[in-house]
Write a protein of this length. Structure first.
Lengths: 251, 269
């Protein structure tokens, strides 16, 4: 069953073609990663999917009653706006304290309820955004460069959290990233985007595809291997499960 | 006690109505960095006065219409990525200038221009009072109804879209509320000081608020103190009432900011 499907979608901004001829779908429980260089239309594609942008051509179909959890790329909260983490979670729909707490726990930031959003570190902030996205029990979790501004171990931990969340909830995950080494091996499917879909398939397939190499160079093969290494490493160190979240700092 | 004088009671009630409506709207103006937007809308309303006199309709209706047109123009242009501060500067001051020129053409009608520029709260009649409270309650009801959606759109339009809201519609709600408050506030503090009544109490309230709702509440209290105290002061000092109210609000802002810095300095030790 497709949660979302895009049929031959094109997007234009002021005469510039940002996306053209994009066919895309995501099914229940799937992890899909979109990679592409800056300006390749990754964010435009996501904004089409969440409904913030209407395609200039083609069509977007959503499963009826689809619940989307959206973690934006970055969120600037004006310093004049006082906002506790707890209050932030109740936007736009009020949620019970127990649900808010459960979502924060699940995102790995249990103790932050009373903090001001503006006092959080980069890693804590992203996790609170993740907690908010989990509140409506999403069928599709969308992350737009969610680890921007986190250092490498910080973003690796963030993606581990996502994997754990996905195992718990069984939701589909759609990520946009340029951090290939961390993301790719966890995905069922990788889509390489540069104004149109250059290639797509399993991570290994895409990493060795000539279209992908042309965009990112061949060095990324090594990066993919690096992820593998980290992955094994994590299993070795399973005993050490202290709270990483509070140690995250904004890069 | 001077407050028992009839016109003073009416003035106090008019001022309180404005303070209550300006509190939630003022917070949004501050959060969304729309200060200049408020100015432009307010300044355009003097043109509304001229049109109202020219077409012999009620001043309230004239002001409401021009304020609405201006607010919609500005928010439409804002969505198209113009250099906003320059554009707003042009729009705000040319609307004011154009309004002043237009008003001067009506020689047959005696207009107290000062009353429109700085307000004439002591001359508020029973009908004015009804209009002011009607407008204020409408604004409060509108913002109450859309509160969560407005707050979400203010945080991030994309978050709002993902939650199935339409941030453009919420922007329109604010625009409408702003036009209403301008029309209401004109009699109380006048065209030149409306933006101050929106921003100063909200900025004061920021110093001791942890949630958006508390900030609105604190802004309402601050605005009410400024209105009542300002009335009293202007009565005693025989100073223009609208500017006195805003001056007092500014004093409260300075005090609140000092108190906060002091509190931080102490708790940091």
């Amino acid at each position: 069953m497709n949660l979302i499907s895009l049929n031959n979608v094109g997007v234009e901004y002021g005469g510039n073609t940002v996306l053209s001829g994009v066919n895309f779908h995501i099914t229940k429980g799937e992890i899909v990663t979109i990679v592409g260089p800056n300006g390749s239309g990754k964010s435009s594609l996501l904004r089409n999917i969440i409904g913030a942008l209407r395609p200039s051509t083609g069509s977007v179909e959503r499963a009826p009653g689809l619940r989307i959890g959206y973690v934006p790329q970055k969120l600037h909260i004006d310093p004049t706006l006082p906002l506790t983490v707890r209050r932030f979670l109740s936007l736009p729909k009020r949620v019970s304290t127990s649900r808010a707490r459960a979502a924060l726990e699940r995102a790995g930031v249990g103790a932050l309820e009373k903090q001001q959003m503006s006092d959080l570190s980069g890693g804590q902030f992203q996790r609170v955004l993740l907690a908010r996205a989990l509140l409506n029990d999403p069928q599709l979790l969308i992350l737009d460069e969610a680890t921007q501004g986190l250092d490498q171990p910080g973003s690796a931990r963030f993606y581990q959290q996502i994997e754990a969340v996905r195992q718990d909830l069984g939701c589909a995950v759609l990520m946009v990233s340029h951090e290939l080494h961390v993301v790719m091996a966890a995905s069922d499917r990788v889509i390489c985007l540069n104004g149109h879909i250059c290639c797509e398939g399993a991570p290994e397939q895409v990493a060795s595809a000539p279209e992908y190499r042309a965009l990112f160079g061949s060095g990324t093969q090594g990066a993919l291997a690096l992820y593998r290494h980290e992955h094994n490493h994590r299993h070795d160190e399973n005993g050490c499960n202290h709270d990483h979240a509070t140690k995250d700092t904004a890069a | 006690m001077s407050f028992l004088d009839d016109f003073m009671v009416r003035a106090a009630l008019a001022g309180l109505g404005l303070a209550l409506a300006a509190a939630p709207l003022g917070c949004f103006v501050v959060w969304r960095r729309m200060a200049y937007f408020g100015d432009a809308t307010a300044h355009a309303s003097i043109l509304g006065v001229a049109l109202a006199l020219g077409f012999d309709i009620s001043v309230f209706a004239g002001v409401l219409t021009t304020a609405l047109v201006m607010a919609i123009t500005v928010s439409t242009l804002a969505g198209r990525g113009y250099a906003m501060d320059t554009l707003l500067g042009v729009l705000a001051h040319s609307a004011l200038a154009l309004g002043l020129v237009a008003v001067s053409f009506f020689e047959g009608i005696r207009i107290d221009l000062m009353a429109y520029l700085f307000g004439d709260i002591l001359a508020v009649g029973r009908v004015d009072l009804g209009v002011i409270w009607g407008g204020a309650l409408a604004v409060i009801a509108l913002l109450w109804w859309r509160w969560s959606a407005l707050l979400t759109s203010t945080l991030s339009p994309d978050l709002a879209f993902a939650a199935g809201l339409n941030p453009r519609r919420e922007q329109l709600v604010l625009t409408l509320a702003l036009a209403l408050v301008v029309a209401v506030a004109m009699k109380v503090v006048g065209v030149l000081l409306i933006a101050a009544m929106l921003i100063v109490p909200a900025a004061t309230a920021r110093n001791f608020s942890h949630t958006p709702e508390r900030m609105v509440l604190a802004a309402a209290v601050t605005g009410a103190i400024a209105v009542l105290g300002g009335l009293q002061l202007s009565f005693e000092m025989d100073s223009p009432t609208g500017p006195t109210i805003v001056s007092l609000a500014a004093c409260l802002f300075v005090l609140a900011s000092l108190a906060r810095s002091l509190h931080r300095a102490i708790s940091a030790k």
